[in-house]
Design a protein around this ligand. Sequence first.
Ligand code: SF4
Length: 330
Amino acid sequence: MTDLGLPSVPPRTSTELGNGISFGRGHHFTAAPGLDIQALVERATAPLSVILQVTKRCDFDCTFCSETLQLPDPTLAHLETMRDNLAGTKRLFLSGGEPLMRKDFGEIVDMFADEDFVLAVPTNATHGLQHAKRIAGKVAFANIGLEGPRGITNRVRGDYDKVMPGIRALQAEGIPISLSSVVYRSTLSALQFTAQIADVLDAGKVKLIMPLRKGNALKLDPNEFITDAEAEETFGRLLELRTTMQWSPAIRLTTWTPENEGHMIVVEPNGTTNAWPVYDQKDLFEPLGNLLEEPIDEIWRRYRFKRNHFAKYLGASIRSTAHAGTASGA
Ligand code: SF4
């Protein structure tokens, strides 16, 4: 523990992933100066990043949640097949739903940790205490959903007082964390507190995302969706505050522009692999194939958003700062 009573977190370093791409302190990819995204797209035979849903279940019911339709969890044998078929992918999110709802999550992490993936876990952290010890040292970071102050998190997401002990448990085991916050018009005034909390927690980054019109978000007041111009202004304001307050975490803000369409590849529990979000698709998923039946390089070949994928993950199509401890970054 540090003098402040905060858990000590080991220093994060940058990992070279080849082709001029590294993965660093802000928990995102950075490209070497002058790296041409189109050239990367033409050379690539597999994705930079894939989101694998190990469950659709969750103990929260966030007001913006897109993943409200349920499917049975994949078995460990199914996950093993999917792992083998993901060879060549650089980073893998073991995602949900809420992935820590799976009692066998430690086994799942073990199954993937021996392979060549940068592993990350998007989580609401409520089950952090049960799993932290087992997954420590095997995941690059946990990305925790938090909308800043207690009142805002409780209204928008779930239970702040369940999330925070989970964060502490993960950090006590030395697992680096980042924060992910959804942005509503009614939460704009809380963003600076989210950034301050992220700095206190020594988070790698704060990822700000706009809700997508799917699942629970279909019930949101339309007034909660901010415009692209407002997002721009919000990011500018946060950057000014970041300089004044000397916050360390990187800040990234993603809006749903044509340049970001379909940039994510999401594998559902039954292996169905989708481009996400694809704006003209009913549920924003564009099916690409099934990872239980074919390797990711086959699926990658028919993926039409390769450029958006690289541009987003390398920070070229979003608003983005590097971590303060990073010399440069996308
Ligand atoms: S957004 Fe995440 S934490 Fe919230 S209900 Fe959906 S899966 Fe659970």
